[in-house]
Design a protein around this ligand. Sequence first.
Ligand code: SF4
Length: 69
Amino acid sequence: MQVVVDLTRCQGYAQCVFLAPEVFELHGQEGLLYAPAVPDDQTERVHQAVAACPVQAILVGEGVTARAR
Ligand code: SF4
């Protein structure tokens, strides 16, 4: 599974980091880093992160790409 975070939406609330720390990592105040290729054992956590993100910035699926800005 692939994950993409729309960083123009992300407000650094860190819900995703809390729920799936092996995939999402927060650096500094607004610098979210993430692993685009989600390991199979992390997919459930990433789905929880998608649901928890207050601004719906996380997209998942096969072949997702960041939307044009
Ligand atoms: S939960 Fe959403 S807004 Fe918060 S850091 Fe993750 S992607 Fe960004």
